[in-house]
Design a protein around this ligand. Structure first.
Ligand code: G1P
Length: 286
């Protein structure tokens, strides 16, 4: 039985150009979904799955992203003086979610390259990867659903979801056969294919359990789609030598990596909050 997953990598580099102008001053991972930055949801999901050792791969200058998870002593002191125990506890809880290690990625050379930067941090064990733009609301944390599949079958596991045809050229697409319980055995992966060349409508969503062998495959990979070192290609390289599975996870997923997606994520999250759901029904009556 493989050991349980303890560590994760969150690639959070990138210029956030889709969100300009706000990202000229605020890093994209800190843009809010209601009252928490995007990155908070990903770290909270990992923590809920028992994964507390997290490497964040960030661009130089974006240290504030990791700073969000560190104690803000002047703020804590001010809240303490005011006797605001509830807000103080809320802030302390954020710091307790995880132990964050910052890894700077000087140049953006693709997702695979970002993951390779965390090689020393991970060492020789299976690990999780969480792409913070992909928000997933579920009863069992999505990454824990993947970890279960990895514990049962060994090898690598990808989160998967059926997508509209038009979305296919922007995603990693999976060629697989079902083995039961929403789990598929993966035979092939292709990054951002043209619609007519896609093997299916089953797309990779930003959650992975990977074996440490992926680092060598990234290191010796040549550039793939978009001229970048693709994680998808490195995972595909494992097919045939170790198990690779995909799971159509239980939960609601929104890609918040574009302004419409970010807006949708805010509406979704607002509807879950008692104090906000009324605002939406007032603005948009049924
Ligand atoms: C990345 C992966 C892709 C996956 C997607 C999910 O693409 O390379 O395989 O489908 O995340 O969000 P990116 O969004 O970085 O272009």
């Amino acid at each position: 039985m493989p050991q349980s997953v303890r560590k994760a990598v969150i690639p959070a580099a990138g210029l956030g150009t889709r969100f300009l102008p706000v990202t000229s001053a605020v890093p994209k991972p800190l843009l809010p979904v209601i009252d928490r930055p995007l990155i908070h949801y990903g770290v909270a999901e990992l923590a809920a799955a028992g994964i507390h050792e997290i490497a964040m791969v960030i661009s130089p200058g974006l240290e504030a992203v990791a700073g969000y998870f560190r104690p803000n002593i002047p703020l804590q002191n001010a809240l303490e003086e005011r006797g605001d125990a509830a807000r103080l506890a809320q802030l302390k809880d954020i710091c307790d979610l995880a132990e964050i290690t910052v890894i700077e990625q000087a140049e953006a050379r693709g997702l695979g390259h970002a993951i390779l930067m965390a090689r020393d941090f991970i060492g020789n064990e299976s690990f999780a990867v969480l792409l913070p733009d992909d928000l997933i609301w579920s009863d069992v944390p999505a990454i824990a659903q993947l970890a279960r599949v990895s514990a049962e079958h060994g090898g690598s596991v990808l989160a998967a979801k059926r997508v509209r045809r038009e979305a296919i050229p922007g995603l990693g697409i999976i060629d697989a056969d079902p083995v039961g319980n929403g789990v598929q055995r993966v035979h092939g992966l292709v990054e951002k294919p043209p619609i007519e060349e896609a093997p299916s409508d089953l797309a990779i969503i930003g959650r992975y359990i990977l074996t440490p062998g992926v680092f060598d495959r990234i290191e010796y990979a040549s550039a793939g789609a978009l001229g970048e070192i693709q994680l998808t290609d490195a995972i595909a390289g494992a097919i045939g030598s170790e198990p690779v599975h995909a799971i159509e996870f239980e939960g609601d997923h929104i890609d918040a990596g574009t302004p419409p997606g970010m807006f949708a994520a805010n509406v979704y999250e607002a509807r879950r909050r008692d104090e906000l759901s009324g605002v939406i029904s007032e603005l948009i009556p049924d």
